[in-house]
Structures are given as structure tokens and as C-alpha cells.
Design a protein around this ligand. Structure first.
Ligand code: SF4
Length: 408
């Protein structure tokens, strides 16, 4: 049989990331969760709260913030308070490096206001203090009943562990090649830390793992192996994915392969924003990856042809763009009112070659006239030809048809 669906999702523990009664489930068969990270100075509590709000409204189900110093840790409870006042229930995750054990112990209100702690086992302290510092962070997670992500990065891998593994590798009859040593070291760091956390008393269903690297093939190789060796939910993401189309394409290429194989329980698309760029773009890209793979539905899809020499006007590109923006803008209202609206398919096509065919296959479609065609645009609803639009107000009239269709 020819199948058009992703593989069965890999079985994992289910981890609940919650703020009060708002719970986000990661793994255990739950839909793949979209998350993102702020790039404000966390000490600037108001701007951080506003960016979290924007990310949440764009669709981020969990938002991570940097907690890197006293000022940031002190700001966290105030950020949470501001979000609660704005009725933004999104769980916030504290991203800790180097001094997380100190900050969590020194600022209990910060520890309580966060919904999850990210621990990087590669930089939780010097080689002498690492175990104690790691244990201190796990103790705080146990005390405040918080899940953790044990997040390993190739760029900040535990150098002591890597040195030991290199020594062991040198003694092998057939040493691993460099890439395999890198993959094994990443996986070992994540798994040994997770097992240590369990030994320290943190339940296994409070642990999410990640092993981030910046190259597509490395990410695929590491996560395929990591998924075979554990039942912890996995956070997928290509770190330092890059700017613009490069970051989007690299993240999509890596994550699509893994998600298609049933690997990955939460994703973040890490895009370097252009100066003044919109941070919410990473949320939109993450949603589009999941929706394109048929794993989740967030917003109605616009199917638009690329245009060619058969259409010399830009009317249909403009219409496709307007409809896409309109649908996305309406979703915050529609999603609570019209069940299933996010699965809607709207076709906006440029000429008679594929226009009527694609429009019939969509829920709503319009086939605009190409060069030399009669100046009329037939509209299709549920595969049936409906009205024909003409004149200068095709865009507005089609938008009204979409609105009426949704309401009905
Ligand atoms: Fe070109 Fe028509 Fe195909 Fe659009 S539908 S790409 S205008 S041939």
C-alpha cells in the first residue's frame, strides 16, 4: 500500500508543562508542541512580557526566556505577573547556563514562576562542581514540582566527558570516526544526565531531552539514535540555523525528516532575526512545518500557483497574499468559534490551466483570468462552481465569500 502519512509517533513518557491550570503536554502521543524563545533582555521585564505575549498569540505554546543573572532572575516573577494580568497563560521556561543552581536557590520566586527549567549539562559548573550543581538544580525541580529539559549542545558539550570518551575511543581496536564520536558524546551527555536526574529523585516523566547541533545531517543522525535509546520526549531544533531562507530551509529539512519518522515531541525553529525583524516568524515557520506534514492544523491553507507567462498582472499574487493575511488575522477569533476552521483549504489560482482543477479540490477556490482569457473569475465552493466575480473588487468580494463560508 502506498501511504501518505508520517510514521507512527515514537512512544515516550508524557511530560506536562503547566502554569496553574493551563497544561501543555509534551510527548506520550500528544500533538507536537510549538515553542519559541525571546530575545529581549529578561531584566527588561515589561518588554519581555510583551514579546512573550506576541509569541503566544502567534501560536507559541511554550516560551523560553534567558535567566542569566540576578537582574533577570528577579524580573521573572514580575514577568509572570504581567502575563497573568494580560491573561496570557503560556508556560515560561528558564534557560540556565553556568549559574542556574545559584539563581534558582537564591530566588525562590523565580523558581516558582517558571514552568520548566532548561539545564545544559555541559556548562552547569566546572568539572569539580558539575555534579553538585546539577544535583542542586534537580533538587529545585523536585521541590517546586517542575519538569526540566536536559539540553545538550555541540557548542557547549561537557568537555570532561568528551575527553574521557576520546581516550576510550583511542583504546578501541577499531576507533569510531570523528562524527560518530561526536554523536555518541552528545547522546551520552543527555542520557547519563537524565539517568542521574532520575537517581536523584526526579520522576522520568518530568524530563525532556535535546541534543542540538547546527548541521542538518548531524541532527538527523543524533536524534535517530537518541530516539532508539530512550523514552524521554525529544525537543527538536537545529541550533544556529541561520538567517532568512537558509535558516528556514535547514530547519525544515532536518525536522521534516525526523518528524516524518515519528521522532520529536516539541519543536523550535531557531532563526536569527534580521535587524528589526519579527520574532514571531519562527513560530509561523514551526507551525507551517507541522501543518505541511499533516501533523497538526493551525490555520487555513492557501494554495496559490506560482504564476507564469500566462498571467501578466499581479492581481492573483496580491489576492493570495491578502487572503493568507486575512485568514491568519481572523484565526484568533475563528478558532474559538468555528470548529475545524484550521483545516480549511483555499485555492487562489492564476489561469484556466490549473485554476478550475485546483479550485475544485479545495474547499473554496478562485480561478483568476490569465492573459487573453475572459475577464471573469469563477469561484468554487466544495468542488462546485458557484458565482463568477468580475470587475475591480474581486479581492474584497472573494474575502466576503470566504467569511460567509466559514460562518456557515
Ligand atoms: Fe501559470 Fe496558470 Fe499554472 Fe498559474 S495556473 S502557474 S498562471 S499555468
Amino acid at each position: 500500500m502506498i501511504a501518505n502519512t508520517p510514521s507512527i509517533r515514537r512512544s515516550t513518557h508524557r511530560v506536562v508543562v503547566r502554569w496553574k491550570d493551563h497544561a501543555v503536554q509534551v510527548g506520550g502521543g500528544a500533538p507536537v508542541v510549538v515553542q519559541s524563545m525571546t530575545n529581549t533582555d529578561t531584566a527588561d521585564a515589561l518588554n519581555t512580557a510583551l514579546q512573550i505575549k506576541a509569541l503566544y498569540l502567534a501560536g507559541s505554546e511554550v516560551v523560553r526566556i534567558t535567566v542569566n543573572n540576578d537582574a533577570a532572575a528577579q524580573a521573572v516573577p514580575y514577568i509572570r505577573e504581567q502575563l497573568d494580568k494580560m491573561k496570557i497563560p503560556v508556560p515560561i521556561v528558564g534557560d540556565f547556563h553556568y549559574n542556574g543552581h545559584l539563581l534558582l536557590q537564591k530566588y525562590p520566586d523565580c523558581a516558582k514562576a517558571l514552568s520548566k527549567y532548561r539545564i545544559n549539562p555541559g556548562n552547569v559548573g566546572s568539572s569539580r562542581s558539575r555534579d553538585d550543581n546539577f544535583a542542586a538544580m534537580i533538587a529545585m525541580a523536585i521541590e517546586y514540582d517542575k519538569p526540566v529539559r536536559i539540553g545538550v549542545n555541540w557548542g557547549s558539550l561537557d568537555q570532561g566527558l568528551l575527553a574521557r570518551m576520546m581516550d576510550d575511543n583511542g583504546r578501541r581496536a577499531e576507533p569510531w570516526p570523528a562524527e560518530q564520536l561526536m554523536y555518541e558524546a552528545l547522546i551520552e551527555s543527555a542520557l547519563s544526565s537524565a539517568h542521574k536526574a532520575v537517581e536523584l529523585g526526579l520522576p522520568a516523566d518530568r524530563i525532556v531531552l535535546s541534543c542540538k547541533v547546527s548541521q542538518v545531517q548531524d541532527l538527523i543522525a543524533v536524534y535517530r539514535e537518541l530516539s532508539k535509546r530512550s523514552e524521554f520526549p525529544l525537543h527538536l531544533g537545529l541550533t544556529e540555523a541561520g538567517m532568512g531562507t537558509k535558516g528556514i530551509v535547514a530547519s525544515t529539512a532536518a525536522m521534516a525528516v525526523l518528524l516524518q519518522e515519528g521522532i520529536g515531541d516539541t519543536i523550535r525553529v531557531s532563526l536569527t532575526p534580521e535587524p528589526g525583524g519579527d520574532r514571531t516568524k519562527e513560530v509561523v515557520v514551526a507551525q507551517e512545518i507541522l501543518q505541511s506534514l499533516g501533523l497538526r492544523a493551525f490555520t487555513p491553507q492557501v494554495i496559490a500557483c506560482p504564476g507564469c507567462g500566462r498571467t501578466t498582472s499581479t492581481v492573483f499574487q496580491e489576492l493570495a497574499d491578502q487572503i493568507q493575511t486575512y485568514l491568519r488575522d481572523q484565526m484568533p477569533i475563528w478558532k474559538n468559534t468555528y470548529a475545524g476552521v484550521e483545516t480549511l483549504k483555499v485555492a487562489v489560482m492564476g489561469c484556466v490551466v490549473n485554476g478550475p482543477g485546483e479550485s475544485k479540490h479545495a474547499d473554496i477556490g478562485i480561478s483568476l483570468p490569465g492573459t487573453g482569457e475572459a475577464p471573469s473569475a469563477p469561484v468554487f465552493l466544495d468542488g462546485q462552481r458557484s458565482v463568477t466575480l468580475k470587475g475591480d473588487n474581486i479581492a474584497q468580494e472573494f474575502q466576503k465569500i470566504v467569511q460567509r463560508y466559514v460562518e456557515q
